[in-house]
Ligand binder design. Structure first.
Ligand code: SAM
Length: 195
């Protein structure tokens, strides 16, 4: 799981692979340039056209980058399994049909790499999105967050994520955190597993 050169997102992907199987429905709550959407698609897409990735972002440029990446790296049948929406992730329950068993909700917080650094995820909507994700998630499912702490507001957002994670009842949730303690500006991973 850990080597000095691995990126936080790669560590998150390794954790997802233990939870997500072909045919599952998952959510990418922050599509950005689409790398997480693509990784999730490859985990859920099966030969009989099952599996689904709901992807969302508030920037149309992000959804365009995601579509572009998928065009080049996923075949037509796989691409049909991705549903992209230009929407704040706090509204994810408006996008995912009620009663859908969701296996994983992935958050990769902060700003769009290569994009406008002033457009960032913000604590109040991140909290609403985590609440929505916790309602949508099926038992055995995972909420995965990659939280960046190097930009203004990042530490506050980590506080918000941690405080939500620690408020969940231990009978039905296991919350844990992964951080590089000798590299204080590295992103922190917070995982919420629904029992
Ligand atoms: N997962 C992406 C990837 O693999 O390339 C990287 C995501 S990037 C670090 C964070 C993204 O969150 C940005 O594209 C930004 O537009 C998006 N974002 C910011 N606020 C949001 C919100 N309220 N709802 C959904 N997406 C949001």
């Amino acid at each position: 799981l850990i080597t000095g050169k691995r990126k936080a997102t790669e560590v998150a992907h390794s954790v997802w692979k233990n939870i997500v199987r072909k045919g599952h429905t998952v959510i990418d709550a922050t599509c950005g340039n689409g790398y997480d959407t693509l990784a999730l698609l490859k985990m859920v897409a099966d030969d009989s056209g099952r599996g689904c990735v709901y992807g969302m972002d508030i920037q149309s440029t992000a959804l365009e980058s995601t579509s572009f990446l998928l065009e080049g790296s996923a075949d037509e049948n796989e691409r049909k399994l991705v549903k992209l929406s230009l929407v704040c992730h706090s509204k994810m329950e408006d996008v995912v049909p009620k009663g859908t068993p969701v296996r994983l909700v992935a958050f990769n917080l902060g700003y769009l790499p290569g994009g406008d650094k002033s457009i960032i995820t913000r604590s109040p909507t991140t909290l609403m999105a985590l609440q929505a994700a916790s309602r949508l998630l099926d038992s055995g499912g995972l909420i995965s967050t990659v939280v960046y702490v190097g930009h203004p507001g990042g530490r506050d957002e980590l506080e918000t994520v941690q405080s939500f994670a620690s408020s969940l009842p231990m009978e039905s949730w296991a919350s844990c955190k992964f951080e590089m303690i000798n590299r204080p500006t590295c992103p922190v991973l917070v995982f919420l597993l629904k029992k």
